[in-house]
Design a protein. Structure first.
Lengths: 319, 250
C-alpha cells in the first residue's frame, strides 16, 4: 500500500501529541480509577466473611458501584473517544489546504483514509488496553484476587469488542468529516447521532413497543403481549450500537448471564431450579449467546467504513 | 535543437452539471520551458491542473504528461510532477523540517537521503535558517517558499505552480519569480506557472497561454501574441496589454 505507512505514522504521532487526546485520556483514566475504586471497595465489603464466588476479578469490571460499572461507562462515553479522534479527519485537512497537497504526492487516495482510520484504531486500542490494565492492577491490590486463565481470556474478548465498538464511532465521525465541509458541523452531527443512537433509540423502543403491544400494569397481562412487547423493544434497540455493545460485553464479563434477553418468563418451580443450578457459562457458550450482537456490531462498522471509503474516493478533491 | 512535448491536452473537458469548467482545451507545453498559464479567476486553470495530475477525472478528451495518461497512470505522473496548490496549507504544529520529512516519507525517500534532500531544498529556497521554526509562524512568502521546497524534494521533472505569487508583497513576488527562473535554468525543470503578476510572468516565460471561460484563447510566445493582436512585436507591448485585449474580445 503506497503511502499508507507514512500517513499512519504521522497520524499516530499527531493523535498522541494532540492536546485534545491528553484531556480525553486524563478524563477517562480518572473516571476509570474512580469506578474501579468504588467497585473494588463495594466488592470487598460484600465479600467479607463469605466464601469467594467464582470470577471475582471480572466483577471489578461489571459491578455497579455508586453509579455505573466500567462496562456501562465505556458503552456510554467510549463513543466520545472515537468521535474526538475522527471528526476533523478529512475536512480539517481540507480547511487547512493540506488535502490537495497530500493527494498530489505519489500515494493512493485511499491511503489517506485508511491510514487515518488505522491510526485512530491503534490509538483506541492503546487507550482501552491501558485502562483495563490499570484497573486490573488496581483491582489486584484492592480485592486481592488473582485472575484465572478464563477471566483473562474473557477480559481479552472484552477489550477486543470495546476496540471494535469505539472504532465504529471513529469510522462514523470520519464519514461525517467527509460528508460535511465544516469541522464544526461534522462534530455536532456526530455528537447528535451519538445522543440519538445511545439514548433516544431505547426510549423510542419502549414507546413503540407500548403502542403496538400495550401491557396493562394493573391486572396480570396475557403472556403473549408481554413477550410481544419485549420482542419489539429489543428489536428496535438492536439499531443502537450502544445496546449491542453493552449487552454483548455484559454477558462476556459476567459468566452468570445466560441470555441477553431482559425478560424470561419462568414459573416459580423453574425459578427455584434455575437458581439451584447456577453454574457459570464457559467462554465459548457466552460467545454463542452474544454472537448475533457481535455480528451486528461488526456489520454496521464495515458498512460505515465502506460508505466513507467510497464517498471519499468519488469526491472531488477540490474544495 | 529538438524539444519534446511534455504536456499535451486534446479536447480536454470537465463539466459540473451543465456548466463546463474546462471546455475542449488544447495546449502544449515543451520540455524545459516556463509556460505562463494565464487567465481570470474561475477560468478553469486549477481544474485543468487537477486533471493533469489525475486528481480529477475529465468528462471528455485526453491529456498526456510525460507521455503518460494521468487518469490511468496517476501514480507515475505524481512521481514526476510537483504540484504547488493555490493557498497551499501546512500542518501548523510542525516545523519546516518535520513538514518536509513527512512529504519525503510520502514519496518514500528515507534516511540519509531524505535529510540531505531536505537540507538542500531548504537552502535552495532560502529557508536554511528557518528549519526548526514552526510553520504557523511563517510569513506568507516563507510559506510559499516552503511549498516550493516540498515540491523540490521529489526532484520533479515538471512543476505545476498555481498562483504562487498570490498575496505576496512586490519584493516577495519578484524573489519568488527569480527562484522559479533559476530552478528552471539550473535544474532543467519544466514549469507550468499560473499567476496574475503579468509583469513577472512576462520576464521569465518562454511561452504563455491565455485561458478564458474554459478555453485557451491564445497560446504562443509573447512576441507572437503581440504580433497577432497588434501587428507589432513584444518590445512595444506588455503582456498586460495583450492579455487585456484578449480578455475584452471574449
Amino acid at each position: 500500500m503506497s503511502g499508507l505507512s507514512a500517513v499512519y505514522r504521522k497520524e499516530l504521532s499527531d493523535n498522541f501529541s494532540s492536546f485534545r487526546f491528553v484531556i480525553l485520556f486524563a478524563l477517562i483514566a480518572m473516571v476509570s480509577f474512580i469506578i474501579s475504586y468504588m467497585a473494588g471497595v463495594s466488592l470487598r465489603e460484600n465479600l467479607e466473611g463469605i466464601a469467594k464466588p467464582k470470577f471475582v476479578f471480572l466483577m471489578l469490571f461489571g459491578t455497579k458501584g455508586a453509579l455505573f460499572s466500567l462496562v456501562d461507562f465505556i458503552a456510554i462515553f467510549g463513543p466520545l473517544i472515537g468521535l474526538v479522534l475522527g471528526f476533523d479527519a478529512i475536512n480539517g485537512e481540507r480547511a487547512h489546504g493540506t488535502l490537495v497537497k497530500l493527494v498530489s504526492q505519489p500515494i493512493y487516495r485511499d491511503a489517506v483514509i485508511n491510514g487515518k482510520f488505522l491510526a485512530g484504531a491503534t490509538t483506541i486500542a492503546v487507550l482501552v488496553i491501558s485502562i483495563v490494565l490499570v484497573i486490573s492492577g488496581f483491582g489486584l491490590t484492592l480485592v486481592g484476587v488473582v485472575p484465572g486463565v478464563e477471566e483473562i481470556l474473557r477480559l481479552a474478548v472484552y477489550v477486543g469488542i470495546s476496540i471494535f465498538y469505539i472504532s465504529f464511532w471513529l469510522g462514523l465521525s470520519i464519514l461525517f468529516s467527509i460528508a460535511f465541509r465544516s469541522v464544526a458541523t461534522s462534530f455536532l452531527a456526530s455528537v447528535a447521532l451519538w445522543i440519538f443512537l445511545s439514548f433516544f433509540v431505547s426510549l423510542g423502543a419502549s414507546v413503540l413497543a407500548d403502542s403496538i403491544a400495550p401491557v396493562e400494569k394493573k391486572e396480570g397481562a396475557a403472556p403473549e403481549t408481554v413477550v410481544a412487547n419485549a420482542q419489539i423493544k429489543e428489536g428496535v434497540s438492536l439499531l443502537s450500537p450502544m445496546f449491542l455493545y453493552s449487552n454483548a460485553t455484559a454477558t462476556i464479563v459476567d459468566p452468570m448471564r445466560k441470555t441477553t434477553r431482559s425478560l424470561i418468563l419462568m414459573g416459580p418451580m423453574e425459578q427455584i431450579s434455575s437458581s439451584r443450578f447456577q453454574n457459570p457459562l464457559s467462554l465459548g457458550q457466552s460467545l454463542v449467546v452474544v454472537y448475533p450482537h457481535l455480528v451486528a456490531l461488526i456489520a454496521i462498522s464495515l458498512i460505515c467504513f465502506a460508505v466513507s471509503y467510497s464517498m471519499f474516493m468519488m469526491q472531488e478533491i477540490r474544495t | 535543437m529538438e524539444t519534446q512535448v511534455i504536456i499535451q491536452t486534446t479536447g480536454l473537458t470537465k463539466r459540473y452539471g451543465h456548466q463546463a469548467a474546462v471546455d475542449h482545451l488544447d495546449f502544449k507545453v515543451m520540455e524545459g520551458e516556463i509556460f505562463g498559464f494565464l487567465g481570470p479567476n474561475g477560468a478553469g486553470k486549477t481544474t485543468t491542473l487537477l486533471m493533469l495530475l489525475g486528481l480529477s477525472r475529465p468528462t471528455e478528451g485526453t491529456a498526456t504528461v510525460w507521455g503518460l495518461d494521468p487518469e490511468r497512470k496517476a501514480m507515475e505522473v505524481k512521481k514526476i510532477v510537483g504540484y504547488l496548490p493555490e493557498n497551499v496549507g501546512f500542518y501548523g504544529d510542525m516545523n519546516a523540517v518535520q513538514s518536509l520529512r513527512y512529504i519525503a516519507d510520502l514519496n518514500r525517500i528515507t534516511g540519509r537521503e531524505a535529510e540531505d534532500r531536505i537540507h538542500e531544498a531548504l537552502k535552495l529556497v532560502g529557508l536554511a535558517e528557518n528549519g526548526a521554526k514552526k510553520v504557523s509562524a511563517f510569513s506568507r512568502g516563507m510559506r510559499q517558499r516552503l511549498g516550493i521546497a516540498e515540491v523540490l524534494l521529489k526532484e520533479p521533472k515538471v512543476m505545476f505552480l498555481d498562483e504562487p505569487t498570490l498575496g505576496l508583497d512586490p519584493d516577495g513576488a519578484v524573489r519568488l519569480i527569480e527562484l522559479i527562473q533559476s530552478l528552471n535554468q539550473e535544474r532543467k525543470i519544466t514549469v507550468l506557472l499560473s499567476s496574475h503578476h503579468l509583469q513577472q510572468v512576462q520576464k521569465i516565460s518562454h511561452r504563455v497561454g491565455i485561458m478564458i471561460k474554459g478555453r485557451m484563447v491564445a497560446e504562443g510566445s509573447i512576441d507572437a501574441l503581440a504580433r497577432e493582436k497588434f501587428g507589432v512585436g513584444e518590445e512595444k507591448f506588455t503582456l498586460e496589454e495583450i492579455y487585456m485585449k484578449y480578455f475584452q474580445e471574449v
